[in-house]
Design a protein. Structure first.
Length: 743
C-alpha cells in the first residue's frame, strides 16, 4: 500500500496478534480485510495502534492511515475502531481459542463450538450451565468459564460505551486502568474529574465527552474545570499567576460563555481554595477583578522561596573567618593570572553575603571565578556542594571547578514514595551551596532546593539571564534579581580566546541586538574550518535538511576526524514539526548515521543499537531525568526490551518505558538548556518564525563548545535577533520576596 496521510476506513477480521503491550494495549496484528463484492480473498495486512479488549477472530471497522515502515513495509495506523463479535463458526473458534477466557484453550474452544455452533456466545452469557454437556467440563470449570466470560463481556461493553462518547482507544485504556469497572459511572457523573486525575486526558477531551453525554454548556462543573484548565495552560506558558480580569476573559472566550458566569465560578474556586487570590499590598479597598490568581501548589512554592531567602539573609553565616582580600591574592597566585575586578567582586560577594547571584554570558569568566571560589572554600575546610538542573551541566560544573557536583534531584535524594528526602526538616549537610544554570530552575524545583539549604549556609546562584527561561513555570532568577533580594555580580568582559572566539563574539552580538549574521558560506565546500562558528546558507527546508545530513556524514568526519558524528554532534532545531523539524531530522539522521541493524518498533519510533536517545520525563526508579541523553547498546525485539547507556550507567527499558524516550540525533533548543556539546548544528529558517526570538538563538549558539554551524537563511537569523521581546511571565514571587523582607 502507498503511504497516505488521508483518513481511511478498513473493515476485516483480526487473524493474529503479533505483539500486545499490556500497559497501554498498543497492538501489532495481522488483519485480513473483507473481500470486495465478488472479489478474491485479500492478503493479510499489518495494523498498529491501541486496541483495548480486542481478540483474534473479531471483526473490526478501522479508521486510520496507511504508513510505510523502512523495514516492515506497509502498515495501517489506527486512530479509532469499532468491533463486532464474530458471527461465524470459524471466527468463534479463533476468538475463544485465543486464550482470552481462562479455562478455554484451543482444545476446549473446539469442543464448545462443536457443541453449540453459532449459538456459543448466547449459551456462555445466558445458559452457561449447558457447558457441562461438553466432555471434560465439570461444575467448577463451567463456573470459572462463566465468571471469566462475564468479566470479559463487561470490559468489552465498557470499551464500546467509552468509544461511543468520543473516547479514543488509548484513552479507554487509561480510564479503565484508573477506575476499573467504575469508569462508566465516573464518566456519567463527573466527566471533568478525569481531566484532573488522568495524565494525557485534558480538559478538551473531558469536555467533548461531557457534552456528548448531555452536560449543559454553562454547568458549574464545566465552567470550574475550564477555569482551572485555563490556569494550567497559562502555567505551561511559564506563568505562575495571572490577572483575575484577564483570566475571566480568557476563560469566557474558551468556554463560549458569559464573563459574569465565569466570575461567579472564580469566586467559588477561591472560596474552596482551588484558586488563591492576591491583591496589591497597597490596595486597602481593592476593586473587583483586580486580584492576581494562582494555583495553590505554585502559591506555596513561591511562598517557600521567599521565606527561605529571608531566613538565610537573617541568620548569621556559619563559615569560618576568611580574610577575603588575602584569599583572593592566594587564589590569583594559584590560578596564575590576575582577576578582573568584577571577578574579585563576585568572590567577595559570595563570601560576605549569605545569598548572592553571579550572572554573565559566555567567555566572561564565570568558570574561573567559580573555580577560585571553590578553591578558597576547600582550603578553609568548608563543606561545599555543587549542583545543576541537568546531568551534563553538573558534569561540566564538576570538571571546571574541581569539586563534586550532582543534579539537583540527586542532591536532594528523590524518593518516588515520599518526594525529596532532603528538605526543610532534613536539610543538606553543607556550608556552601553553589547552583549553576539557575535560569533553568522552575518555581517548584527552586522551592524544593531552597528549602533544603541549612539556615547558616551560604547560597550562590549562577546563571545567564539572557538564555531561554525555564521550561516549567516561573522566572526565579530574574525575579530574585529584580526584587533586589540578593547582591548581583554581572560579568561583562569577554576573556575567552582574547575575545576572538566566533561563538562568544556572535553570542554577544545576538544579545546586543546586532542582526547582521556572521560571514555566510553558500556551499559546504566554502565553509571555514578554522573558526569555531560558521553560517551555511540554505534556500529551503529541503536544502537545509540535505546540508545538515552532509555536515554529519561527510564534512565533519573529513575535517574533524576525532569528532564522532553521533556522540559529539548535536543538531538543535527551533521546532518539532516540518521538514527541518526535530521529528523529521531524527528519522533522516538515524537512516544516514545508523541505517542498519535490527530495531524494535514502538509508538514513539524505532530504536536500533547505536541510536542516540533522550529521556523525555523523569524516571526516579532509574535515576534518569528529563533531558538526559544516552546511547542504545542492545535491542531484543522478541522480548520487547532495549538497553541504553547514560553517562556510563546501563539501564534496561521495557516497551512501555520506551514511550518516555525519543531519538536524539536532533533535539529542540529548549531541551538543550544546561548542556554543552563539542559540535552544534542549528537549522534556522523563516518557516520557524513562530519560535524565532533572540534568547532562543542565543541559547543555541552558547551550547557549542568547539564548533557551531548555523544552517539556513540569513533573514531568519535577523528575524530571531530583532525579536528581543521575550514573552513576559506573570509571577507573584517578587511581591512575596518583598513581603517576607519587610516582616
Amino acid at each position: 500500500m502507498p503511504e497516505s496521510h488521508e483518513p481511511t476506513a478498513l473493515t476485516g477480521v483480526v487473524e493474529r496478534i503479533i505483539f500486545l503491550n499490556e500497559e497501554n494495549h498498543y497492538t501489532i496484528a495481522e488483519f485480513r480485510p473483507d473481500a470486495a463484492q465478488g472479489g478474491a480473498k485479500p492478503e493479510p495486512v499489518t495494523i498498529v495502534g491501541a486496541l483495548p479488549g480486542v481478540e483474534c477472530g473479531e471483526t473490526l471497522h478501522l479508521t486510520g492511515e496507511w504508513t510505510r515502515h523502512s523495514q516492515h513495509g506497509a502498515q495501517f495506523k489506527i486512530s479509532s475502531f469499532k468491533s463486532e463479535l464474530p458471527a461465524g463458526v470459524y471466527g468463534i473458534r479463533k476468538y475463544l481459542g485465543s486464550g482470552l477466557v481462562p479455562g478455554i484453550g484451543r482444545v476446549y474452544a473446539n469442543k464448545i463450538v462443536d457443541e453449540f455452533g453459532t449459538d456459543t456466545f448466547r449459551v456462555l452469557s445466558e445458559e452457561s450451565g449447558r457447558l457441562r454437556d461438553v466432555a471434560g467440563i465439570g461444575r467448577k470449570r463451567a463456573a470459572a468459564i462463566k465468571q471469566a466470560w462475564d468479566g470479559k463481556r463487561a470490559e468489552r461493553e465498557l470499551y464500546i460505551f467509552l468509544q461511543t462518547y468520543g473516547v479514543s482507544p488509548s484513552q479507554c485504556v487509561k480510564l479503565v486502568k484508573q477506575y476499573g469497572a467504575q469508569a462508566k459511572a465516573v464518566l456519567m457523573t463527573e466527566p471533568y474529574r478525569v481531566a484532573r486525575e488522568i495524565e494525557g486526558i485534558g480538559f478538551k477531551t473531558a469536555d467533548k465527552i461531557a457534552i456528548n453525554l448531555g452536560f449543559a454548556n454553562d454547568a458549574p462543573p464545566r465552567l470550574e474545570a475550564g477555569i482551572l484548565f485555563a490556569m494550567e495552560t497559562l502555567q505551561e506558558e511559564g506563568h505562575t499567576a495571572f490577572g483575575e480580569e484577564a483570566l475571566r476573559d480568557l476563560s469566557a472566550e474558551m468556554l463560549d460563555t458569559s464573563a459574569s458566569l465565569v466570575t461567579a465560578r472564580i469566586e467559588a474556586l477561591v472560596a474552596t481554595r482551588q484558586l488563591v487570590r492576591h491583591f496589591p499590598p497597597s490596595a486597602a479597598d481593592p476593586l473587583p477583578g483586580s486580584g492576581l490568581l494562582q494555583l495553590p501548589v505554585l502559591d506555596r512554592a513561591e511562598s517557600k522561596i521567599a521565606e527561605v531567602v529571608a531566613r538565610l539573609r537573617r541568620v548569621p553565616s556559619g563559615l569560618p573567618p576568611i580574610k577575603v582580600e588575602a584569599a583572593l591574592g592566594w587564589a590569583e597566585a594559584r590560578a596564575g593570572f590576575q582577576f578582573h575586578e568584577l571577578q574579585r567582586h563576585a568572590v567577595r560577594s559570595a563570601l560576605e553575603h549569605k545569598v548572592s547571584v553571579l550572572t554573565g554570558g559566555p567567555g566572561t569568566g564565570k568558570t574561573s571565578t567559580l573555580r577560585s571560589l571553590v578553591s578558597i572554600l576547600k582550603a578553609k575546610g568548608v563543606r561545599v556542594h555543587l549542583a545543576a538542573p541537568t546531568g551534563r551541566a553538573a558534569q561540566r560544573l564538576a570538571e571546571t571547578t574541581g569539586g563534586f557536583a550532582s543534579t539537583i534531584h540527586r542532591l536532594l535524594k528523590y524518593d518516588p514514595a515520599v518526594g525529596f528526602t532532603s528538605n526543610e526538616s532534613h536539610p543538606l549537610a553543607t556550608d556552601f551551596l553553589i547552583v549553576d544554570e539557575v535560569s533553568m530552575l522552575d518555581t517548584r524545583l527552586a522551592s524544593a532546593l531552597l528549602q533544603a539549604v541549612p539556615a547558616r549556609a551560604h547560597l550562590l546562584l549562577v546563571g545567564d539571564t539572557d538564555q531561554l527561561p525555564s521550561v516549567g513555570p516561573g522566572n526565579v532568577l530574574q525575579d530574585l534579581i529584580t526584587a533586589s533580594r540578593a547582591p548581583v555580580t554581572r560579568l561583562s568582559v569577554i576573556f575567552r580566546q582574547k575575545g576572538q572566539s566566533g561563538i562568544v563574539v556572535t553570542a554577544h552580538a545576538v544579545n546586543s541586538g546586532d542582526a547582521a549574521p556572521p560571514p555566510v558560506a553558500q556551499t559546504i565546500e566554502e565553509v571555514d574550518t578554522a573558526g569555531d562558528l560558521a553560517f551555511l546558507a540554505a534556500d529551503s527546508a529541503e536544502d537545509c535538511l540535505r546540508k545538515v545530513i552532509r555536515l554529519c556524514t561527510e564534512f565533519i568526519p573529513r575535517h574533524y576526524p576525532r569528532c564522532d558524528p553521533v556522540a559529539d554532534v548535536q543538531v538543535m532545531a527551533p521546532m518539532h514539526k516540518g521538514v527541518a523539524g526535530v521529528a523529521n531530522l531524527n528519522l533522516q539522521l538515524q537512516e544516514a548515521l545508523n541505517g542498519r541493524g535490527r530495531g524494535i518498533r514502538t509508538q514513539s519510533g524505532e530504536f536500533r543499537p547505536g541510536d542516540k536517545v533522550i529521556q523525555l520525563r523523569n524516571n526516579y526508579d532509574k535515576n534518569l531525568f528529563n533531558g538526559d541523553i544516552g546511547t542504545v547498546t542492545s535491542v531484543d525485539p522478541d522480548a520487547g526490551a532495549i538497553k541504553a547507556d547514560f553517562d556510563g550507567e546501563s539501564h534496561a527499558f521495557t516497551r512501555a518505558e520506551m514511550g518516555d524516550m525519543a531519538l536524539a540525533y536532533a533535539i529542540s533548543i529548549h531541551k538543550s538548556q544546561g548542556s554543552e556539546y563539542p559540535v552544534v548544528i542549528v537549522p534556522l529558517l523563516k518557516a520557524h518564525f513562530m519560535m524565532l526570538q533572540r534568547n532562543l538563538l542565543y541559547t543555541a549558539i552558547t551550547r557549542g563548545r568547539n564548533k557551531v554551524f548555523i544552517v539556513g537563511e540569513p533573514a531568519a537569523y535577523a528575524m530571531a535577533v530583532r525579536n528581543g521581546e521575550s514573552k513576559l511571565r506573570v509571577t507573584h514571587l517578587r511581591e512575596k520576596l518583598a513581603a517576607c523582607a519587610g516582616s
